[in-house]
Design a protein. Structure first.
Ligand code: MIC
Ligand code: SF4
Length: 753
């Protein structure tokens, strides 16, 4: 499946490209820089690109898309006029499978319920030369790690956790669908040259501490926006003690600190993983260019000189962490959890422990968790909480079943869901969730935003390593510390769980009957793409209107969002995932999770035309019908989380003109630009406070929209008093051209006409 020719060619050119960059820059290079400089697009002039400032054109090696974002990406690609993708690309059916009964039953239901979407994705993949991973094959990031990721490569994927492939030494970046279209159409992919954060790992992982704890700790240090615009490069002795899949977990959750991506230098753990997953040929090739697959030695010897920020973590001193609730950066060491939970009044009874997901379902994770389940059986402990497993891929599921782990989990009453996102993305039909009761769950996923897993805003979701999740589920108590505490068993004896043990890789090798891959037609020109004209789930895209060149005036405030406003708040997942291919229908979820700063409520905003309060999408549709532009105002790190471009396309479709916030998350800001929206930030953050509920806005110098030039906004309050404020933007000329054309795709289309 993997493309050995591509990797061979890439490695053949690596040395010359890196040498050329080093000559030009006259300094040693970090691994991230090596990969970036080896993937410059076309004959772009070499320069010591300014980090965090210069936009640079890249040529990624591959593209990966998951079903919930691929629909929009491929609907856009179909409008690009190309007959085949320019780089190897894959589609993975993972987000649309609901976790309800058990893996097989749920998969069969999903195949029926989502038939038209799967048929569309299968036919469009077949036509344009895209590899298709059927429902049940697994979660995109696990499948990519098992099959496609390679050290020193660069890829993009239409999912924020594409960064998982950093575990195999890639620079892998999450993007919106429109970015994927650029790469699949053979065009340059633009990225602001990232800043570099170096994380030095000393010591060695041992005992209860897992790779997950490293990133949970890092999240606590950096917070959800501390990695914005940066690549995190891990190095040091400690890195060597982490398995390749463990490195994947760490890189995966780099998305939770806003990092562009994270990566590790090539080492023996990666070689072992490549060989175990049928890619000995790639390992051999990588061994031949080893020195280019890690930073130059001078870099790691004096990291402060080469990275913008350096963090050091001593793994010998690290303890397990539990992060949450409601945000992945609220990090609490396990030894302090009992106290912190009590102080904050968090419900301490754990209802459900969930392991797996794209973040943590390696053979190692599962085997270590199973060792705890086995201890529970041996020590006559019953799991107090419910326990579920969502394997990351069929390869892993088949192998762990063969090796008896599923049987072990079954003995503690576990449910095994399909190899899919399931509970991680609100595709969890959790009995009783609709009652909205206050309760606690703990999982080994990556995100724990409000309502994310089961739609209940009162579910307190905590994130931990699979080992800790398993131990905590057995104890059923958030204040339990498995490192020190005893549990009372069925016979009333006090017993203690021993340190978990497991295997990095299966001793008998991985095995699978049908991994779930379907190769595309050699020549897809006669393949017909299936979209029913009356479908409620798929809708062909119409171009957005071009900008008329005039200042936007008389714009109404749609909503001033307060506090956390992630893409889950802007375009909720769960049940809404079914409309991901239908822009008009999914627009009915626009901003329904955002909290209105004026009444502290979600999905209740004032319609300035009637004075009445209504749901955000309905109010926006009323403004649109009246021909009135609107703006959305937001807080810090607006659009954090997912890569879903629906969060930008919905406002665009419904007539919102600008999103003005204190700060943006990277992918969302780019998505807004790509879709022809204005994504702007307050020059003075305190101006957020000047925005009133009945405000009307006039841009006064948008007709002079130019790179590096601030914009001026006049705010007219209900009492006719006015404030004039300055707004920053990060648009370069090309991005301004997208805005002018209506969207980036509209510009491509015009250029191809
Ligand atoms: C997520 O983890 O939030 C998702 C669902 O995988 C998203 C993609 C999507 O919204 O489809 C992501 O991380 O980009
Ligand atoms: Fe799926 Fe969750 Fe991973 Fe996103 S984070 S790809 S929803 S498993």
């Amino acid at each position: 499946m993997f493309d050995l020719d591509l990797i061979t060619k890439s490695y053949q050119e690596l040395s010359a490209k890196i040498e050329r960059a080093k000559k030009h820059l006259k300094r040693p290079l970090t691994l991230s820089e090596k990969i970036l400089y080896a993937h410059l697009y076309g004959d772009q002039a070499l320069s010591d690109f300014k980090r965090g400032i210069d936009y640079v054109d890249f040529a990624p090696d591959r593209v990966a898309m998951q079903d919930a974002t691929a629909q929009m990406a491929l609907l856009q690609f179909m409008n690009s006029g190309k007959s085949k993708t320019a780089v190897p690309s894959t589609v993975h059916c993972d987000h649309l499978i609901q976790a309800s009964k058990n893996g097989l039953a749920d998969l069969n239901d999903a195949i029926k319920i989502n038939k038209e979407v799967y048929d569309f994705l299968e036919s469009v993949s077949n036509k344009y030369g895209i590899g298709f991973w059927k429902p049940g094959a697994g979660i995109i990031h696990q499948v990519v790690l098992e099959n496609y990721a390679f050290p020193g490569g660069m890829m993009i994927g239409t999912d924020s956790h594409t960064v998982n492939a950093g575990g195999l030494g890639m620079v892998a970046i999450g993007v919106g669908g429109a970015d994927a279209v650029d790469v699949m159409a053979g065009m340059a992919w633009e990225l602001k040259f990232p800043k570099l954060i170096g994380i030095k790992l000393t010591g060695k992982l041992s005992g209860w501490v897992a790779p997950k704890d490293i990133i949970l700790k890092v999240a606590g240090i950096l917070t959800v926006k501390g990695g914005t615009g940066a690549i995190i490069e891990y190095f040091g002795e400690g890195a060597k003690s982490i398995s390749c899949t463990g490195k994947g977990t760490i890189c995966n959750m780099g998305a939770e600190v806003g990092a562009t991506t994270s990566t590790f230098g090539y080492d023996e753990s990666m070689e072992r993983y490549l060989r175990a997953t049928g890619r000995a040929a790639v390992a051999d090739l990588a061994n031949g260019v080893k020195e280019h697959l890690t930073a130059d030695p001078e870099v790691y010897a004096s990291p402060e000189k080469y990275f913008d920020q350096v963090i050091e973590i001593n793994l010998n001193e690290l303890e397990p962490y539990i992060n949450g609730p409601f945000t992945p950066d609220r990090a609490t060491p396990i030894s302090q959890m009992a106290e912190v939970a009590k102080e904050n009044g968090w419900p301490t009874k754990i209802e459900v422990g969930l392991i797996g997901s794209c973040t943590n379902s390696s053979y190692e994770d599962i085997s270590r968790s199973a060792s705890l389940a086995q201890q529970a059986v041996n020590k006559k402990l019953k799991s107090k909480a419910e326990f579920t497993i969502t394997p990351g891929s069929e390869l892993v599921r088949y192998t762990i079943e063969r090796d008896g782990f599923i049987d072990t989990f079954n003995q503690i009453g576990a449910s095994v869901f399909a190899n899919a996102c399931g509970p991680c993305i609100g595709q969890w039909s959790r009995p009783g969730a609709e009652k909205g009761e206050k309760n606690t769950i703990i999982h080994s996923f990556n995100r724990n935003f409000s309502k994310r897993a089961d739609g209940n805003p009162n579910t307190y979701a905590f994130v931990a390593s699979p080992e800790i999740v398993t131990a905590m589920a057995i104890a059923g108590d958030l204040t339990f510390n498995p490192l020190t505490d005893y549990l009372s068993n069925e016979e009333g004896e006090m017993v203690k769980l021993d340190i978990p043990s497991g295997h990095e890789l299966p001793a008998k090798g991985f095995d699978v009957e049908d991994a779930g891959y379907q190769a595309p037609a050699e020549n897809g020109s006669s393949v017909v793409v299936k979209v029913a004209p009356d479908s409620s789930r798929l809708q062909l895209l119409q171009p957005f209107a071009a900008w008329d060149g005039e200042n936007i005036t008389g714009a109404k405030l749609l909503i001033k969002a307060k506090g956390k406003c992630t893409t889950d708040h802007i375009s909720m997942a769960g049940p809404w995932l079914r409309f991901r291919g239908h822009l008009d229908n999914i627009s009915n979820n626009m901003l329904i999770g955002a909290v209105n700063a004026f009444n502290e409520q979600a999905n209740k905003v004032k319609n300035q035309l009637t004075g009445e309060y209504g749901e955000v999408p309905a109010v926006q549709r009323a403004y649109k019908a009246a021909g009135l532009p609107t703006i959305v105002v937001g807080d810090q790190n607006y659009g954090e989380g997912s890569s879903r471009e629906h969060a930008a396309m919905e406002p665009r479709h419904l007539g919102v003109k600008a999103v003005i916030v204190k700060s943006f998350a990277r992918i969302h800001e780019t998505n807004l630009k790509k879709q022809g929206m204005l994504g702007l930030t307050f020059v003075n953050e305190a101006d957020y406070d000047k925005i009133q509920e009945d405000d009307t806005f006039n841009f006064i110098d948008l007709n002079g929209f130019a790179p590096g030039k601030q914009l001026t906004l006049e705010i007219v309050h209900a009492d006719q008093t006015q404030d004039t404020i300055k707004l920053n933007h990060t648009y370069n000329q090309q991005q301004i051209d997208w805005f002018k054309a209506g969207s980036a795709l509209d510009l491509i289309r015009k250029q191809n006409l």
